[in-house]
Design a protein around this ligand. Structure first.
Ligand code: NAD
Length: 437
């Protein structure tokens, strides 16, 4: 990642392409429209609410991030996407039941015209989902061409200058990288041969990358996490990042676990369970989709706690994650954590976290920030994996062989230092000796 000689300005419209227009996508779109209409504030969004300290603490320079780096404005965003249901965004948001009816009614004129295009979908990859708004084609290659046509049409109709694609679709079944994922040639052949290792999310991502469009993976799906996609991203100058928005329970986990480690407090066990009743919860009720999510949720503790360095503290941790589909709760998820820690001389203690959160309310600002930062990255000439966006993900992508940083505060520092680097400001190390010389 080099500092760009020139950072292109965000002129014109930015098209936001969303495969999957369910709870998260519609809460994001409706939220942007609500902010534009003065009906609410973009709470939770780093790009809209965040500041960044520059220079020494004595300089008092703390601009808003959106004034410091050249980001697309909310008025520049145009939304498009695909879904297996034909409902427009107003109808889908109403069905999702996240935002209040009167808010959606006030935004009906903005939301109703946004209608999803037919999805590239295969039920073998999301078993608990059945929809009728689906493309037909002999091969996955044919479906990719249809997705490409949708994008070209959207671009021309809306006169958008740049595009970003963000997967807000369902969690697919667990897949591991295989030979078909290794090279661009094998992947393209796999599309033509209907290879079963190629999930629908990969079809969208393939098209995005070959069109030079940044791709963000909001689900734990394999999608762009293999060599063929990473090669494509570099070849076509497209940034990629993922996986799986870090919103509720894992957000808390990546705050608490670093605190235990910083204080050298031991951990015996961490039991995490969730009840949720939205469509995502229904889909995660399928064991193969849950496995994809479970892998993504389980990885964080091991990396943060580094048991190989601290065997006495973290050598024997029992970590369990459960997701229970419970319809009465809708999108208003409850995440419980029971944490068994130990202190001085091994004396045990417990911490209980009960997070009564709202899944899509937490995810929507992440979608906005990721869209704006990925567009920024592309204008900076950065391509391939964007590790500085780890902050937003449960299972951040990194260069092969490199372990990801999960600690939220390391991730936050990495993000802000990347912005400082981009704009030619000094990086902040928090050393602080200079104030005492
Ligand atoms: N809300 C959160 O806090 C959160 C956090 C992390 C990850 N996620 C992930 O984000 C994704 C979206 O979550 P959600 O709550 O909006 O779920 P949702 O079920 O409300 O929406 C997903 C939409 O994707 C559509 N879809 C599935 N496969 C598709 C395909 N191949 N093409 C086009 N559309 C397709 C579905 O029909 C559905 O409308 C899920 O994978 C979820 O696991 C959500």
């Amino acid at each position: 990642m080099n500092k760009p000689d020139q950072l292109a300005k965000p002129t014109g419209k930015l098209g936001v392409l969303m495969p999957g227009m369910g709870a998260v996508a519609t809460t994001f779109i409706a939220g942007v429209e609500a902010v534009k209409a003065g009906l609410g504030q973009p709470i939770g969004s780093i790009t809209q609410m965040g500041t960044i300290r520059l220079g020494k603490r004595t300089e008092n320079r703390t601009p808003m991030i959106k004034d410091f780096v050249p980001l697309a404005g909310l008025d520049d965003l145009v939304f498009g996407g695909w879904d297996v249901f034909p409902d427009n965004v107003y109808e889908a948001a109403t069905h999702a039941g996240v935002l209040q009816k009167d808010t959606l009614t006030a935004l009906k004129d903005q939301l109703s015209p946004i209608k999803p295009w037919k999805a590239a979908f295969d039920r073998n990859y999301v078993r608990r989902l059945e929809g009728s708004h689906i493309k037909t084609g002999k091969t996955k290659w044919d479906l990719a061409q249809q997705v490409r046509e949708d994008i070209h049409r959207f671009k021309a109709d809306n006169k958008v200058e740049r595009l970003v694609m963000i997967w807000c679709g369902s969690t697919e079944i667990f897949l591991e990288p295989q030979a078909v994922h290794q090279t661009i040639e094998s992947f393209e052949q796999g599309l033509k041969d209907n290879h079963e290792g190629i999930a629908p999310s990969m079809i969208y991502a393939y098209v995005a990358l070959t069109e030079g469009i940044p791709f963000i993976n909001g689900a734990p799906n394999l999608t762009v996490d293999f060599p063929a996609m990473q090669e494509l991203a570099k070849l076509h100058n497209a940034p990629i990042c993922g996986k799986d928005f870090k919103t509720g329970q894992t957000l808390m986990k990546t705050v608490l676990a670093p605190a235990f480690k910083a204080r050298m407090l031991g951990l015996r066990g961490w039991y995490s369970t969730n009840i949720l009743g939205n469509r995502d919860g229904e889909i995660l009720d399928d064991p193969d989709s849950f496995k994809t999510k479970e892998e993504s949720k389980l990885g964080v503790l091991e990396q943060i706690l580094q048991p190989h360095l601290y065997p006495a503290l973290y050598g024997d941790v029992y970590h369990k994650v459960r997701i229970n589909y419970y319809p009465p709760r809708g999108d208003e998820k409850e995440g419980w954590d029971n944490i068994d820690i130990f202190g001085w001389l091994g004396y045990p203690m417990q911490i209980k976290v009960d997070f009564l959160c709202r899944d899509s309310i937490l995810a929507a600002p992440l979608v906005l920030d990721l869209v704006l930062f990925s567009d920024l990255a592309q204008r900076a000439g950065w391509k391939g994996i964007q590790e500085w966006l780890s902050f937003f993900f449960k299972s951040p992508m990194t260069a092969p062989g490199l372990y990801p940083e999960h600690d939220l505060f390391i991730q936050s520092m990495k993000l802000k230092n990347t912005l400082r680097f981009l704009m030619g400001e000094d990086l902040i190390t928090h050393l602080g000796q200079e104030y005492y010389d």
